[in-house]
Design a protein around this ligand. Structure first.
Ligand SMILES: Cc1ncc(COP(=O)(O)O)c(C=O)c1O
Length: 397
């Protein structure tokens, strides 16, 4: 593993991100501050479209636009033919999930950390086809039980669908070990890596997932309205296409059509080219730093934040589990999460509120109606963490 990011590098990375001069931004699990170069890429592209024409600008930037796919593929160790660029993680997940040929009696296995969009998907296939969902509860220590997963698999299991990093908790799911079980039993494996990409190294070969969904605006620091879907080559032809146009079906006659032989079959022709370019730039930025180095720094900062928070009388940190990420969740004695967020915002400190519905099963099980979510990224500093903790201590006086 390469060396941890130095203070000098952090300084430089902060200098390349306007927002860090104005705010203490701990809402990276909502949307992180984009690097200036990402914003400039998008704005300049739009300016060129305005004076040169949309199709003409696309033609000029053809190679760079194509490179976005290669960069994403590099980020997750896939082939660029296995990547579709879409608007967000929910679209990516929905294109994969709803493409599966579910039949009555099929079963889905998930974890208690599953994201709301995905739970809604499970409910829908239950209502439409009679597909049952089995939830593997975390053990007392907050760890996903691999033995319970193994025991839950039956000939009816059509899909294992899990969220690597949940929306409103710091714990993580062991995605590589789950992948080994999925492969052993020849079960489709759909991974929600929405909060993971750009935070944790993701290698789809190592994980062995068939489909993976990601958003751009969170740990990848890409513009809002970007995301991507990975679909393993061998699985692409097995998924139904929910939408098609002349781009997804290059050959059409009145007798039928042929779809593209890559993952772009899941896209449509019209999309935001400026944002696609911005997404590519953000991925390139993360790759240049090194996602393994980002992950080291995020863990150091999150551990430090959890330690300082736990030392404040009146603060409860809710994260548990053996492996924890950059999302730190807590609550303050006698104060609603929304009020904490509001008070911190007055001091230019951004946090968010994690609602029960976002990670419904886990939050209900732990009797949490909401939590304060302070999510760190590599550009945050120890001083910023101390500043937030000082404000919280004042709020509790
Ligand atoms: C774990 C997880 N999955 C999926 C999503 C959905 O992402 P998007 O809003 O880009 O569709 C989120 C968003 O917060 C999330 O936290």
């Amino acid at each position: 593993m390469s060396a941890i990011l130095t203070e000098q590098e952090i300084k430089q990375l902060r200098a390349e991100t306007k927002g860090t001069a104005k705010k203490i931004h701990f809402n990276n699990a909502g949307a992180s501050m984009p690097p200036d170069v990402v914003v400039d890429t998008v704005v300049n592209y739009l300016q060129e479209e305005a004076v040169e024409g949309g199709y003409e600008t696309e033609s000029k930037y053809k190679d760079q636009l194509e490179n976005t796919y290669a960069l994403i593929a590099k980020l997750i160790n896939a082939d660029k033919g296995e990547i579709a660029v879409v608007e967000n993680a929910s679209t990516a997940w929905g294109l994969a999930f709803n493409g599966i040929d579910f039949k009555e009696g099929d079963e889905i296995i998930t974890s208690e950390m599953e994201y709301i969009t995905n739970l809604i998907g499970f409910i829908n296939v239950q209502k439409t086809y009679g597909v049952e969902t089995k939830v593997i509860p975390n053990d007392e220590q907050g760890n996903f039980s691999l033995s319970a997963l193994e025991a839950a698999i039956s000939p009816k299991t059509k899909l294992i669908a899990v969220t690597h990093i949940p929306s409103t908790a710091g714990g993580m799911i062991p995605i590589v070990e789950i992948g080994k079980i999925a492969r052993k039993h020849h079960v489709l494996y759909l991974l929600d890596a929405c909060q993971s990409a750009g935070q944790v190294p993701i290698d789809v070969q190592e994980i062995g997932c068939d489909m993976l969904s990601v958003t751009g605006r969170k740990y990848l620091r890409a513009p809002r309205g970007t995301g991507f879907l990975y679909v393993r080559k061998e699985v692409q032809g097995k998924l139904k296409l929910l939408f098609m146009d002349g781009f997804s079906t290059p050959s059409v006659s009145m007798d039928g059509y042929q779809v593209r032989n890559d993952a772009r079959r899941f896209e449509l022709y019209e999309k935001n080219r400026a944002l696609t370019l911005g997404l590519g730039k953000a991925v390139e930025y993360a790759l240049t730093i090194g996602v393994d180095r980002i992950w080291q720094r995020v863990q150091v900062l999150a551990n430090s934040m959890r330690r300082l928070l736990a030392a404040i009388d009146g603060v409860t940190v809710h994260d548990f589990g053996a492996e924890q990420c950059g999302i730190v969740t807590y609550s303050l004695r006698g104060m609603e999460s929304g009020a904490v967020k509001g008070k911190l915002a007055e001091k230019q400190i951004n946090v968010s509120v994690g609602l029960a519905k976002s990670t419904l099963i886990y939050m209900n099980k732990n009797h949490l109606a909401s939590v304060v979510r302070a999510s760190v990224h590599y550009y945050n500093t120890e001083e910023e963490i101390e500043a937030m903790c000082r404000e919280l201590a004042l709020l509790l006086k």
